[in-house]
Design a protein around this ligand. Structure first.
Ligand SMILES: [Zn+2]
Length: 344
Protein backbone atom coordinates (compact mmCIF):
# COMPACT_ATOMS: atom_id res chain seq x y z
CA UNK A 1 0.00 0.00 0.00
CA UNK A 2 2.90 2.29 0.72
CA UNK A 3 4.24 1.74 -2.80
CA UNK A 4 0.79 2.30 -4.31
CA UNK A 5 0.44 5.60 -2.43
CA UNK A 6 3.88 6.66 -3.49
CA UNK A 7 2.84 5.97 -7.07
CA UNK A 8 -0.14 8.30 -6.70
CA UNK A 9 -2.67 5.56 -7.46
CA UNK A 10 -6.37 6.36 -7.00
CA UNK A 11 -7.64 3.78 -4.50
CA UNK A 12 -11.23 2.67 -4.03
CA UNK A 13 -11.83 3.73 -0.42
CA UNK A 14 -14.44 1.01 0.08
CA UNK A 15 -11.78 -1.66 -0.36
CA UNK A 16 -9.05 -0.19 1.85
CA UNK A 17 -9.62 -2.65 4.70
CA UNK A 18 -9.63 -5.67 2.45
CA UNK A 19 -6.80 -7.99 1.57
CA UNK A 20 -7.40 -7.07 -2.09
CA UNK A 21 -7.41 -3.31 -2.46
CA UNK A 22 -8.75 -1.95 -5.74
CA UNK A 23 -7.33 0.98 -7.67
CA UNK A 24 -7.66 2.77 -10.98
CA UNK A 25 -5.22 1.26 -13.48
CA UNK A 26 -2.49 3.80 -14.34
CA UNK A 27 -1.55 1.80 -17.45
CA UNK A 28 -4.83 1.43 -19.34
CA UNK A 29 -6.93 4.03 -17.49
CA UNK A 30 -9.66 1.38 -17.09
CA UNK A 31 -11.19 2.59 -20.39
CA UNK A 32 -12.74 5.50 -18.45
CA UNK A 33 -12.66 7.20 -15.03
CA UNK A 34 -14.33 5.99 -11.85
CA UNK A 35 -13.46 2.35 -12.34
CA UNK A 36 -11.02 0.17 -10.43
CA UNK A 37 -9.64 -2.68 -12.48
CA UNK A 38 -6.29 -2.86 -10.70
CA UNK A 39 -6.18 -5.30 -7.76
CA UNK A 40 -3.45 -4.89 -5.15
CA UNK A 41 -2.98 -8.02 -3.09
CA UNK A 42 -1.56 -6.85 0.21
CA UNK A 43 -0.69 -10.42 1.28
CA UNK A 44 1.35 -11.45 -1.74
CA UNK A 45 2.59 -7.97 -2.73
CA UNK A 46 1.27 -8.49 -6.27
CA UNK A 47 -0.83 -6.25 -8.48
CA UNK A 48 -2.84 -7.15 -11.57
CA UNK A 49 -5.16 -5.25 -13.88
CA UNK A 50 -8.13 -7.32 -14.92
CA UNK A 51 -8.58 -5.23 -18.03
CA UNK A 52 -5.14 -4.84 -19.59
CA UNK A 53 -3.30 -7.62 -17.75
CA UNK A 54 -0.55 -5.37 -16.33
CA UNK A 55 0.94 -7.17 -13.34
CA UNK A 56 3.91 -7.34 -11.02
CA UNK A 57 4.87 -6.44 -7.46
CA UNK A 58 5.35 -3.20 -5.55
CA UNK A 59 8.90 -2.74 -6.86
CA UNK A 60 8.02 -3.23 -10.53
CA UNK A 61 4.93 -1.04 -10.11
CA UNK A 62 7.01 1.79 -8.69
CA UNK A 63 9.67 1.28 -11.38
CA UNK A 64 7.18 1.39 -14.22
CA UNK A 65 5.27 4.43 -12.97
CA UNK A 66 8.43 6.42 -12.31
CA UNK A 67 10.26 5.01 -15.34
CA UNK A 68 13.27 3.85 -13.36
CA UNK A 69 14.99 0.45 -13.13
CA UNK A 70 13.74 -2.16 -10.67
CA UNK A 71 16.92 -1.70 -8.67
CA UNK A 72 16.40 2.03 -8.34
CA UNK A 73 12.77 1.45 -7.40
CA UNK A 74 13.77 -1.06 -4.74
CA UNK A 75 16.34 1.30 -3.24
CA UNK A 76 13.86 4.17 -3.24
CA UNK A 77 11.13 2.10 -1.55
CA UNK A 78 13.60 0.63 0.94
CA UNK A 79 14.77 4.11 1.88
CA UNK A 80 11.22 4.71 3.09
CA UNK A 81 11.04 8.33 2.04
CA UNK A 82 7.69 9.87 2.77
CA UNK A 83 6.89 11.53 -0.54
CA UNK A 84 3.28 10.81 -1.43
CA UNK A 85 2.11 12.55 -4.59
CA UNK A 86 -1.56 13.52 -4.77
CA UNK A 87 -3.55 10.62 -6.20
CA UNK A 88 -4.10 11.31 -9.88
CA UNK A 89 -6.96 9.89 -11.87
CA UNK A 90 -5.35 8.21 -14.88
CA UNK A 91 -6.44 9.58 -18.23
CA UNK A 92 -8.31 7.10 -20.38
CA UNK A 93 -6.08 5.92 -23.21
CA UNK A 94 -7.22 8.01 -26.11
CA UNK A 95 -3.74 8.49 -27.47
CA UNK A 96 -2.06 5.63 -29.21
CA UNK A 97 -0.08 3.33 -26.95
CA UNK A 98 3.66 3.77 -27.36
CA UNK A 99 6.21 0.94 -27.33
CA UNK A 100 7.99 0.17 -24.04
CA UNK A 101 11.48 1.69 -23.58
CA UNK A 102 14.29 0.09 -25.60
CA UNK A 103 15.85 -1.90 -22.72
CA UNK A 104 12.51 -3.50 -21.86
CA UNK A 105 11.81 -4.34 -25.51
CA UNK A 106 15.25 -5.84 -25.90
CA UNK A 107 14.85 -7.99 -22.78
CA UNK A 108 11.43 -9.28 -23.76
CA UNK A 109 12.26 -9.89 -27.42
CA UNK A 110 15.48 -11.67 -26.38
CA UNK A 111 13.51 -13.98 -24.10
CA UNK A 112 10.95 -14.47 -26.86
CA UNK A 113 13.64 -15.55 -29.34
CA UNK A 114 15.01 -18.01 -26.75
CA UNK A 115 11.66 -19.79 -26.82
CA UNK A 116 11.48 -20.03 -30.63
CA UNK A 117 13.25 -22.15 -33.25
CA UNK A 118 14.14 -21.69 -36.90
CA UNK A 119 12.28 -23.99 -39.30
CA UNK A 120 14.43 -25.84 -41.88
CA UNK A 121 12.83 -24.01 -44.83
CA UNK A 122 13.67 -20.67 -43.24
CA UNK A 123 17.25 -21.75 -42.54
CA UNK A 124 17.57 -22.85 -46.19
CA UNK A 125 16.32 -19.45 -47.32
CA UNK A 126 18.98 -17.72 -45.18
CA UNK A 127 21.74 -20.08 -46.36
CA UNK A 128 20.81 -19.40 -49.99
CA UNK A 129 21.37 -15.70 -49.37
CA UNK A 130 24.97 -16.50 -48.45
CA UNK A 131 24.80 -16.49 -44.65
CA UNK A 132 26.67 -19.17 -42.70
CA UNK A 133 25.03 -21.31 -40.02
CA UNK A 134 27.19 -19.56 -37.45
CA UNK A 135 26.04 -16.14 -38.58
CA UNK A 136 22.41 -17.33 -38.59
CA UNK A 137 22.83 -18.40 -34.94
CA UNK A 138 24.51 -15.18 -33.96
CA UNK A 139 21.86 -12.96 -35.56
CA UNK A 140 19.06 -15.00 -33.92
CA UNK A 141 16.63 -15.39 -36.80
CA UNK A 142 13.56 -17.35 -35.71
CA UNK A 143 10.34 -18.66 -37.24
CA UNK A 144 7.00 -17.18 -36.18
CA UNK A 145 4.95 -19.79 -34.30
CA UNK A 146 2.49 -21.06 -36.91
CA UNK A 147 -0.43 -22.27 -34.80
CA UNK A 148 -2.75 -20.25 -32.56
CA UNK A 149 -1.86 -22.59 -29.74
CA UNK A 150 1.87 -22.03 -30.22
CA UNK A 151 1.35 -18.29 -30.29
CA UNK A 152 -0.66 -18.22 -27.08
CA UNK A 153 1.88 -20.52 -25.46
CA UNK A 154 4.68 -18.11 -26.34
CA UNK A 155 2.78 -15.25 -24.67
CA UNK A 156 2.11 -17.42 -21.60
CA UNK A 157 5.78 -18.34 -21.28
CA UNK A 158 6.82 -14.70 -21.43
CA UNK A 159 4.20 -13.72 -18.85
CA UNK A 160 5.24 -16.60 -16.60
CA UNK A 161 8.80 -15.24 -16.94
CA UNK A 162 7.61 -11.99 -15.37
CA UNK A 163 7.05 -9.91 -18.50
CA UNK A 164 4.12 -7.59 -18.87
CA UNK A 165 3.30 -7.64 -22.59
CA UNK A 166 1.36 -4.39 -22.66
CA UNK A 167 3.46 -2.04 -24.79
CA UNK A 168 5.41 -4.71 -26.66
CA UNK A 169 4.74 -4.42 -30.43
CA UNK A 170 3.46 -7.71 -31.84
CA UNK A 171 1.49 -8.74 -28.76
CA UNK A 172 -2.21 -8.24 -28.09
CA UNK A 173 -5.13 -9.85 -26.27
CA UNK A 174 -7.70 -11.88 -28.14
CA UNK A 175 -10.86 -12.65 -26.14
CA UNK A 176 -8.88 -11.86 -23.01
CA UNK A 177 -5.88 -14.11 -23.75
CA UNK A 178 -2.47 -12.72 -24.69
CA UNK A 179 -1.00 -13.83 -27.99
CA UNK A 180 1.54 -12.80 -30.61
CA UNK A 181 0.09 -11.60 -33.89
CA UNK A 182 1.44 -11.44 -37.43
CA UNK A 183 1.83 -13.36 -40.67
CA UNK A 184 3.83 -16.58 -40.89
CA UNK A 185 7.45 -16.18 -41.84
CA UNK A 186 10.77 -15.67 -40.12
CA UNK A 187 11.72 -12.93 -37.69
CA UNK A 188 14.67 -10.59 -38.21
CA UNK A 189 15.93 -8.77 -35.09
CA UNK A 190 16.45 -5.05 -35.80
CA UNK A 191 19.23 -3.78 -33.53
CA UNK A 192 20.72 -0.49 -32.45
CA UNK A 193 24.48 0.15 -32.42
CA UNK A 194 24.84 -1.60 -29.06
CA UNK A 195 23.14 -4.73 -30.38
CA UNK A 196 19.90 -4.11 -28.46
CA UNK A 197 16.80 -5.41 -30.24
CA UNK A 198 14.60 -2.45 -31.08
CA UNK A 199 11.94 -4.37 -32.94
CA UNK A 200 11.40 -7.39 -35.15
CA UNK A 201 10.70 -7.55 -38.84
CA UNK A 202 8.93 -10.52 -40.43
CA UNK A 203 9.95 -11.90 -43.80
CA UNK A 204 6.61 -13.24 -44.99
CA UNK A 205 6.19 -16.76 -46.37
CA UNK A 206 3.15 -16.02 -48.49
CA UNK A 207 3.55 -12.76 -50.35
CA UNK A 208 3.97 -12.48 -54.09
CA UNK A 209 4.49 -8.71 -54.16
CA UNK A 210 8.21 -8.08 -53.47
CA UNK A 211 7.35 -4.63 -52.08
CA UNK A 212 5.36 -6.24 -49.28
CA UNK A 213 7.63 -9.15 -48.47
CA UNK A 214 8.76 -7.60 -45.16
CA UNK A 215 6.59 -6.28 -42.39
CA UNK A 216 7.17 -4.99 -38.85
CA UNK A 217 5.94 -7.17 -36.01
CA UNK A 218 3.23 -4.77 -34.83
CA UNK A 219 -0.22 -4.89 -33.24
CA UNK A 220 -1.27 -1.34 -33.97
CA UNK A 221 -5.00 -0.76 -33.52
CA UNK A 222 -5.61 -4.20 -31.96
CA UNK A 223 -6.96 -4.82 -28.44
CA UNK A 224 -4.13 -4.00 -26.00
CA UNK A 225 -1.82 -3.93 -29.03
CA UNK A 226 1.13 -1.62 -29.67
CA UNK A 227 2.44 0.00 -32.81
CA UNK A 228 5.97 -0.39 -34.09
CA UNK A 229 8.24 2.27 -35.53
CA UNK A 230 10.52 1.92 -38.52
CA UNK A 231 13.69 1.50 -36.48
CA UNK A 232 17.14 1.85 -38.06
CA UNK A 233 19.16 -1.38 -37.99
CA UNK A 234 22.92 -1.44 -37.34
CA UNK A 235 24.96 -4.51 -38.29
CA UNK A 236 28.67 -5.29 -38.64
CA UNK A 237 31.78 -3.72 -37.10
CA UNK A 238 30.57 -0.63 -35.22
CA UNK A 239 34.14 0.61 -34.72
CA UNK A 240 34.44 1.18 -38.47
CA UNK A 241 34.70 4.77 -39.68
CA UNK A 242 32.87 3.88 -42.88
CA UNK A 243 29.20 2.88 -42.98
CA UNK A 244 27.30 1.48 -45.92
CA UNK A 245 23.73 2.65 -46.17
CA UNK A 246 21.02 0.35 -47.48
CA UNK A 247 17.35 -0.49 -47.12
CA UNK A 248 16.18 -3.53 -45.15
CA UNK A 249 17.76 -5.24 -42.13
CA UNK A 250 18.22 -8.65 -43.75
CA UNK A 251 19.90 -7.18 -46.82
CA UNK A 252 22.27 -5.37 -44.45
CA UNK A 253 23.00 -8.50 -42.39
CA UNK A 254 23.80 -10.50 -45.53
CA UNK A 255 25.91 -7.80 -47.18
CA UNK A 256 27.83 -7.16 -43.96
CA UNK A 257 28.57 -10.86 -43.54
CA UNK A 258 29.70 -11.24 -47.17
CA UNK A 259 31.86 -8.11 -46.94
CA UNK A 260 33.81 -9.36 -43.91
CA UNK A 261 31.77 -7.64 -41.22
CA UNK A 262 31.59 -4.25 -42.95
CA UNK A 263 29.40 -1.78 -41.06
CA UNK A 264 25.89 -1.46 -42.54
CA UNK A 265 23.20 0.97 -41.43
CA UNK A 266 19.80 -0.08 -42.74
CA UNK A 267 16.68 2.04 -42.98
CA UNK A 268 13.26 0.40 -42.92
CA UNK A 269 12.18 2.14 -46.12
CA UNK A 270 13.21 5.10 -48.28
CA UNK A 271 10.60 7.24 -46.54
CA UNK A 272 11.59 6.11 -43.03
CA UNK A 273 14.49 8.42 -42.21
CA UNK A 274 13.64 8.89 -38.50
CA UNK A 275 16.72 8.15 -36.41
CA UNK A 276 19.07 7.76 -39.38
CA UNK A 277 21.08 10.91 -38.80
CA UNK A 278 21.30 10.30 -35.03
CA UNK A 279 22.49 6.74 -35.64
CA UNK A 280 25.25 7.82 -38.02
CA UNK A 281 26.36 10.61 -35.70
CA UNK A 282 26.42 8.34 -32.64
CA UNK A 283 28.47 5.77 -34.55
CA UNK A 284 31.01 8.48 -35.25
CA UNK A 285 31.48 7.45 -38.88
CA UNK A 286 33.41 9.74 -41.19
CA UNK A 287 32.26 8.24 -44.45
CA UNK A 288 28.87 7.03 -45.69
CA UNK A 289 28.60 4.88 -48.80
CA UNK A 290 25.15 4.60 -50.32
CA UNK A 291 24.29 1.06 -51.41
CA UNK A 292 20.60 1.18 -52.28
CA UNK A 293 19.08 -1.21 -54.80
CA UNK A 294 20.10 -0.43 -58.38
CA UNK A 295 16.55 -0.44 -59.78
CA UNK A 296 15.33 2.16 -57.29
CA UNK A 297 16.35 5.18 -59.32
CA UNK A 298 13.81 4.23 -62.01
CA UNK A 299 10.75 5.15 -59.93
CA UNK A 300 10.57 8.99 -59.64
CA UNK A 301 8.96 8.91 -56.18
CA UNK A 302 11.58 6.56 -54.80
CA UNK A 303 14.29 8.63 -56.48
CA UNK A 304 13.01 11.76 -54.72
CA UNK A 305 12.98 9.94 -51.40
CA UNK A 306 16.56 8.77 -51.90
CA UNK A 307 17.63 12.32 -52.75
CA UNK A 308 15.99 13.50 -49.51
CA UNK A 309 17.92 10.79 -47.66
CA UNK A 310 21.20 11.97 -49.22
CA UNK A 311 20.56 15.56 -48.20
CA UNK A 312 19.78 14.40 -44.67
CA UNK A 313 23.04 12.44 -44.39
CA UNK A 314 25.12 15.09 -46.15
CA UNK A 315 23.92 17.66 -43.61
CA UNK A 316 26.10 15.91 -40.98
CA UNK A 317 29.18 18.07 -40.47
CA UNK A 318 32.38 16.59 -41.89
CA UNK A 319 30.80 13.52 -43.45
CA UNK A 320 32.10 12.14 -46.77
CA UNK A 321 29.34 10.75 -48.95
CA UNK A 322 29.73 8.49 -51.94
CA UNK A 323 27.79 5.95 -53.91
CA UNK A 324 28.73 2.31 -54.18
CA UNK A 325 28.28 1.09 -57.75
CA UNK A 326 28.30 -2.46 -59.01
CA UNK A 327 27.29 -4.51 -62.02
CA UNK A 328 23.64 -3.50 -62.57
CA UNK A 329 22.82 -7.11 -63.48
CA UNK A 330 22.61 -7.52 -59.70
CA UNK A 331 19.72 -5.69 -58.05
CA UNK A 332 20.98 -5.34 -54.49
CA UNK A 333 24.40 -4.98 -52.89
CA UNK A 334 23.80 -8.36 -51.20
CA UNK A 335 23.15 -10.05 -54.58
CA UNK A 336 26.30 -8.51 -56.00
CA UNK A 337 28.51 -9.51 -53.05
CA UNK A 338 27.08 -13.04 -53.13
CA UNK A 339 27.96 -13.36 -56.82
CA UNK A 340 31.55 -12.40 -56.07
CA UNK A 341 31.88 -14.82 -53.17
CA UNK A 342 30.34 -17.61 -55.26
CA UNK A 343 32.81 -16.92 -58.06
CA UNK A 344 35.82 -17.50 -55.80
ZN1 LIG B 1 -5.09 -1.78 -16.88
Amino acid sequence: MDAARRCGLVLDSRTLRRKEVEASCPFCGDHGPGKYHLSLNTDTDQYRCNLCGAHGNSVTLFARIHQVSNKEAYLELARGGKVYPLPRQPAPQTQERQPLPLEARHQMYSDMLEHLTLLPRHRDNLLERGLSNRCIERNQYRSMPETDRGRRLLASLLRAGGHDLLGLPGFRTYYGAWTVSGPNGFLIPVRDRHGLIQGLKIRLDQEADPERKYRWLSTRGMTNGTRSYSWVHVTGDTSSKRAFLTEGPLKGDVASFLAEDALFVCIGGVNALGGLKETLVSLGVKEVVEAMDMDQMVNPQVRNAICAMRREVQSIAGIRYSKYTWDPAYKGVDDYLLSRVSAL
